[in-house]
Design a protein around this ligand. Structure first.
Ligand code: NAD
Ligand code: UD2
Length: 341
């Protein structure tokens, strides 16, 4: 079994600690109350729990379209409704010190089949939030979810933050546009932001029941049920899979960030895993044969996606810790636990 730590491959690129230090994070914020849009979703519910553990009060705005209340600790104040409801957005930011904006239709595929509806939420919903915050006497910082989908048009790996968005899907275009509006909102209204370009996040709690779910959650569920898995294309396409625990470490650390502009950071590991490798790893961990079916590739999806994590590691002083093997184990164990309760 391959038990390499995720950062083995980073040896080929310059060590993050050797990069210039002037942008190093200094702790300066006293945050007591945050808003998380999309807080009932996969990433948002993990973040809610982690922030509560830090003694931070959490309010969530979520329309429960893909998220669920069951994932949310009872201490969280839930405002049920949409980012498209301006009055509700205004109500949601009252008394808040920092906003995490995760609420979105988080699917490339859905953005293609349901273009204007998805864009209304992912772009216009975000603009409602920016506009509301621009009207506060002191604009609060926003930490928002962008995506690796903004790099879809690039082929030279790894992708680094200085690359401007070059999307190939409406979803990627919305995320790229949000980054542009974040820049404009800093210039115009002095709203400080951090945009995290999440790569492929996985872990316990991710929905596996929709055809739009992330590949790891779909595979894990099918493998448990003894069903055949479907691979789009020949399975040599690669992704940079990052475990939810690592993502949450960065999001929590971002609370201490000296917000002073509109920064963009990759959230990735710097390790490329092919879909075939992913299935092989499941096979090794479970010690069982997995039945694979290969079908035509998804239209327009990138053949390779790999992030450069060095800037994020340098400025946040955290390295992703969870290898793919360890991460898949957490998923398998959480499935087993859920079956036993
Ligand atoms: P998710 O679908 O689990 O969570 C999204 C949440 O947003 C859900 O709870 C949903 O109900 C809520 N929501 C949707 N439309 C809304 C609306 N109009 N008003 C209020 N709430 C609404 O997805 P996730 O994986 O937790 O993703 C969180 C964020 O991270 C999204 O912005 C997504 O685009 C981004 N992202 C995720 C990944 C990933 O691999 N999971 C990768 C890149 C970017
Ligand atoms: C994109 C974004 C990601 C995030 C996500 C939100 C890129 C590179 N990544 O993820 O950052 O925003 O969208 O949805 O743009 N696959 C199979 N069989 C399946 C399911 C998927 O082979 O049953 C393949 C799929 O063809 C792709 C890979 O697995 O090559 C990952 O697919 P995904 O849907 O989990 O995520 P992806 O990369 O579209």
């Amino acid at each position: 079994m391959n038990r390499q730590r995720p950062f083995t491959k980073l040896k080929n690129i310059k060590d993050a600690s050797k990069l210039p230090k002037e942008e190093k994070v200094k702790s300066n914020t006293q945050v007591t109350k945050v808003l998380i849009t999309g807080g009932c979703g996969f990433i948002g519910s993990h973040l809610s729990r982690a922030l509560l553990e830090q003694g931070v009060s959490v309010r969530v705005l979520d329309d429960l379209s893909t998220g669920t209340k069951n994932h949310l600790p009872h201490e969280v104040e839930l405002i049920e409704g949409s980012l498209l409801d301006k009055d509700l957005v205004a109500h949601s930011v009252e008394g808040i010190h920092i906003c995490y904006h995760l609420g979105a239709v988080a699917s490339v595929e859905k953005s293609i089949t349901n273009f204007s509806k998805t864009t209304a939420i992912n772009l216009l919903g975000t603009i409602h939030l920016f506009e509301t915050i621009s009207k506060l006497s002191v604009p609060i910082p926003i930490i928002y979810a962008s995506s690796a989908a903004v790099y879809a048009g690039y082929t030279k790996l790894p992708f680094h933050e200085d690359l401007s968005p070059l999307p190939s899907s409406p979803y990627g275009a919305d995320k790229g546009a949000v980054e542009l509006y974040a820049k404009a909102c800093f210039q115009t209204y002095q709203i400080p932001t951090i945009g995290f370009r999440f790569f492929n996040v996985y872990g316990p709690g991710q929905d596996s029941n929709s055809p739009y779910s992330g590949v790891i959650s779909i595979f894990c569920d099918k493998i448990r049920k003894g069903e055949e898995i479907t691979i789009f294309g020949n399975g040599t396409q690669t992704r940079d899979f990052i475990h939810i625990s690592d993502v949450i470490c960065y999001l929590v650390k971002a609370l201490e960030f000296p917000f002073h502009g509109c920064q963009i950071y990759n959230l990735c590991t710097g390790v490329a895993i092919s879909i075939n490798q992913l299935v092989d790893t499941f096979e090794q961990l479970l010690d069982k044969k997995i039945f694979r079916k290969w079908v035509t590739p998804r239209k327009g999806e990138p053949k390779a996606s790999l992030g450069d994590p060095r800037r994020t590691i340098r400025d946040f002083d955290i390295k992703p810790q969870c290898s793919l093997e360890e991460g898949l184990k957490t998923l398998i164990e959480s499935q087993e636990r859920n079956l036993c309760v």
